[in-house]
Design a protein around this ligand. Structure first.
Ligand code: G3P
Ligand code: CA
Length: 231
């Protein structure tokens, strides 16, 4: 079972911060999941477009200055990191799932990935780019055919995992409430990895194991690591 630390080890450190990513590595997560917004053309690691959700600031990412964002506290004295900072900081120590939250950000994200590939120990195999916006994923694929794509879905499509095949995705990322045996089987027949979000309770972790999924996103990577070391 592949363990993705959801927004880092977000149960024990402020989500999407360097501290949460360090804790994820300490918890022996296989990878970190992070969300990307864009402020003044700079990709930043932040789930919500409204700053008041996770920081002591206010405003929308499309309406604030990067300098202002940098001055904010994202919890425990942590700042909102840039995507480039996180890629360089991880430096190849674990896999990184970059979830694109901002509209039309694919070229900016690719520039940061390419910078990290050139200037750090991060390799192309370490990177998995995902989004609920499948049109944006398709555009990203054209720009960077060598980077793995994860197709996110918050529902259970009638044609099961066909949409992920159409996108040329490497993996499909499903919501826990909708995943079922038919979907897992269909995705696996298509050669896709199946990752499920967000799995925090031990019973759900067991259930995902029974379903035969390839990995989970969890806020509790330590719990997942302990559980999957015995099942
Ligand atoms: O990528 C899986 C999961 O993170 C998607 O939902 O809202 O936590 O970004 P959300
Ligand atoms: Ca996410």
């Amino acid at each position: 079972m592949f363990i993705w630390a959801h927004r880092g080890a977000s149960s024990i450190a402020p989500e999407n911060t360097i501290k949460a990513f360090e804790q994820a590595i300490q918890a022996q997560a296989d990878g970190i999941e992070l969300d990307v917004q864009v402020v003044e053309n700079i990709p930043v690691v932040l789930h919500d477009a409204w700053l008041q959700q996770t920081t002591n600031g206010i405003g929308h990412v499309t309406q604030v200055a990067f300098g202002y964002l940098q001055s904010l506290d994202a919890g425990d004295g942590q700042s909102v990191p840039t995507l480039r900072d996180v890629l360089m900081h991880i430096n190849g120590r674990c896999k990184i799932n970059i979830e694109l939250k901002a509209a039309d950000c694919e070229a900016l994200i690719l520039a940061d990935i390419e910078y990290a590939l050139e200037h750090s120990a991060v390799t192309a195999d370490d990177i998995l780019v995902s989004s609920f916006n499948h049109r944006m994923l398709a555009r990203f694929a054209k720009l960077a055919p060598a980077i793995r794509l994860g197709a996110l879905t918050a529902n259970l499509p009638l044609s099961l995992a066909e949409f992920a095949t159409e996108l040329g995705a490497w993996s499909v990322h499903c919501a826990r409430d909708f995943i079922d045996q038919d979907f897992v089987q269909d995705a696996h027949q298509r050669g896709l990895k199946v990752f499920v979000y967000t799995i925090n309770h031990a019973e759900d972790m067991e259930k995902m194991h029974q379903l035969g999924v390839d990995g989970i996103f969890t806020d509790y990577p330590t719990r997942a690591r302990q559980l999957f070391s015995v099942v």
